[in-house]
Design a protein around this ligand. Structure first.
Ligand SMILES: O=C1O[C@H](COP(=O)(O)O)[C@@H](O)[C@H](O)[C@H]1O
Length: 267
């Protein structure tokens, strides 16, 4: 099994969300059968929410034992709990609330007022990650880690030309000057992101085409943080046709080829 980054193109946003949802359900059933439990890191953004809604809309989601999955967030907008702009609020509305999970299964990032300041909030989530980690590790092994990609190439809350993308000695950082509102955010660092078995980046729309093209051309992570994402087993860009406009043809894996050439276990 190789660990090249792959690009899987879909006709439109709806097909993209449906396809990622179907793959996730299949993959997580396999993971649960093998391991008995799973850690999944969710993302915010337009396609992050669309994928979760598609999972909930699929009758196949009823075959998943959701009680065995712990959900984390690779980043969060540092806003009060319940704020509609928080990634966890959107994920709960899109899917998590309907799954009737136990409170400990959804590991939300802290909100203002819970800790002394945003740095302490980052440390608190780092401690939560460590508490769920296997012995000797600083964080759990994520079976699937979802990411959106911004038009500027940001992933989680690691933005171009910000120090956060270069941090390797912490697991969670506070971003206090995000170019995208809100300015205060919390984010996994790149080592945590890249520790995941599978990184699934889901992006759609013509405004993402430049970022995707540069990420695949190995731009510097300072310029395009998405260029630095590489999972242990799989790194897949799930995209629609508009986002794929600047992807070299030889890097595109068509749906038909993908299905024929790779067993679902490899995704
Ligand atoms: O602000 C954020 O943006 C990215 C991408 O969002 P999109 O709407 O352009 O898809 C998202 O992945 C991240 O979690 C979020 O905090």
């Amino acid at each position: 099994m190789t660990n090249e980054r792959r690009v899987l193109v879909h006709p439109d946003k709806a097909a993209l969300a449906g396809s990622v949802a179907a793959r996730f359900i299949t993959k997580i059933i396999d993971v649960l059968e093998e391991q008995g439990s799973a850690h999944v890191a969710l993302t915010g953004g337009t396609m992050g929410g669309a994928v979760l809604r598609a999972i909930g809309d699929s009758p196949a989601h009823q075959s998943v034992d959701w009680s065995k999955i712990t959900f984390w967030f690779s980043d969060e907008r540092y806003l009060p709990h319940g704020d509609a702009e928080r990634n966890d609020s959107q994920a709960k509305a899109a899917l998590l609330d309907a799954l009737e999970l136990a409170p400990g299964q959804v590991k939300s990032l802290p909100a203002p007022g819970e800790h002394a300041d945003i740095e302490a909030a980052a440390d608190a989530y780092a401690a939560e990650l460590a508490a769920a980690a296997p012995e000797g590790a600083e964080y759990p092994r994520f079976d699937v880690l979802f990411l959106g990609v911004g038009p500027d190439g940001h992933i989680a809350s690691l933005f171009p030309d910000r120090a956060g993308v270069h941090v390797t000695d912490r697991t969670v950082i506070a971003e206090t000057n995000s170019p995208k509102p809100p300015p205060e955010r919390l984010s996994f660092t790149l080592p945590v992101i890249n520790s995941a078995d599978r990184i699934w980046m889901v992006l759609a729309g013509a405004d993402k085409a430049g970022a995707l093209g540069l990420a695949l051309a190995d731009a510097s992570i300072s310029d395009v943080p998405a260029a630095g994402a590489q999972g242990r087993k799989r790194t897949v860009f799930f995209v629609d046709q508009d986002a794929a406009a600047e992807v070299p043809a030889e890097l595109i894996t068509s749906e038909q080829f993908w299905t024929a050439a790779h067993s679902i276990d490899e995704h």
